[in-house]
Design a protein around this ligand. Structure first.
Ligand SMILES: [Zn+2]
Length: 291
């Protein structure tokens, strides 16, 4: 049976140890997915669209455009990672390294493609009046409208909207994304996948940097996973998340060496009444707000 468990308490008080224990105890689960904040890629060649697989579908759409077919441009023509359609001056990076005397080298927009990453011939091919560089420059929100009737693209964009990432650009380089954004991109990927069997999801502070309205959306997503029979364990200090969990594990009593023990555990309303819990007071307030 799916349960949404929130691990909370004084910051840093042994949460990694606890997650280790939880993981071992639940070794019987079919699959363990840790949705962490590690970058989705370390170079600007990796971006939101390439990581999610969205770009494969977008390139197929472009290869199917009338002008592309007339010219014999295939899917590979619309990649900035291989020769053919990309700008060769910057090799599809969109920028070039500038060597400076006595200073570390720096990056400047490519003088040939002006950051577009493609050669002029590739950019002549348009789909609904936009070329591939202009599509990469669209936000998730704008692209969702643009591709509304292209089913596989629309589905993928809908999950990104669901985790509050509508403001990101499709071509946003992996190197420009925050840890929280990287984590939500991974979560969107999980939500999109067809899941069979029981999965345990581990999330470390997924609300970091998230707008309160988006926290609500995220919670709906996590409860969706639980309703589908999966287990979600989330380490979180945002009390609206803790209040919305099925089960709460409160760690303390202090931080660092003074912590690491379970101070209280149970449904949120019960932990809110627990004596000796620093969290209880904040949780009580969050529960009152939620009513
Ligand atoms: Zn270039």
């Amino acid at each position: 049976l799916g349960v949404l468990t929130a691990v909370t308490g004084v910051s840093g008080s042994g949460k990694s140890t606890l997650i280790g224990e939880v993981t071992e105890e639940l070794a019987g689960v079919g699959r363990l997915v840790s949705v962490d904040q590690r970058p989705i890629g370390r170079t600007p060649r990796s971006n939101l669209a390439t990581y999610t697989g969205l770009f494969d579908v977008v390139r197929k759409v472009f290869a199917g455009a009338k002008e592309a077919r007339r010219r014999g441009y295939g899917v590979g023509r619309f990649s900035f990672n291989v020769a053919g359609g990309r700008c060769e001056t910057c090799q599809g990076e969109g920028f070039v390294s500038v060597e400076l005397l006595f200073l570390p080298s720096t990056y400047a927009p490519c003088p040939d493609c002006d950051g577009a990453r493609y050669n002029p011939e590739t950019l002549e091919v348009t789909y609904r009046g936009r070329n591939i560089a202009q599509v990469l420059d669209m936000t998730v929100e704008a692209a969702a409208e643009f591709f509304a009737d292209t089913a596989p693209v629309a589905r993928s964009l809908a999950t990104l909207l669901d985790v509050g990432l509508g403001y990101l650009r499709l071509g946003q380089p992996a190197t420009e994304l925050s840890g929280g954004e990287a984590q939500r991109i991974k979560l969107a990927g999980e939500l999109q996948r067809v899941r069979r069997g029981h999965t345990l999801y581990l999330l470390d502070e997924p609300t970091t940097g998230l707008h309160p309205a988006d926290v609500e959306v995220l919670m709906r997503q996590l409860h969706g996973l639980v309703d589908a029979g999966h287990t979600v364990v989330v380490v979180e200090h945002d009390m609206s998340v803790v209040a919305g969990a099925d089960w709460v594990i409160d760690l303390g009593p202090g931080g660092g060496d003074a912590g690491g023990r379970i101070v209280a555990a149970g449904p949120p309303a019960e932990v809110a009444r627990a004596e000796g819990s620093t969290t209880a007071r904040y949780l009580t307030r969050a529960l009152a707000r939620g009513r």
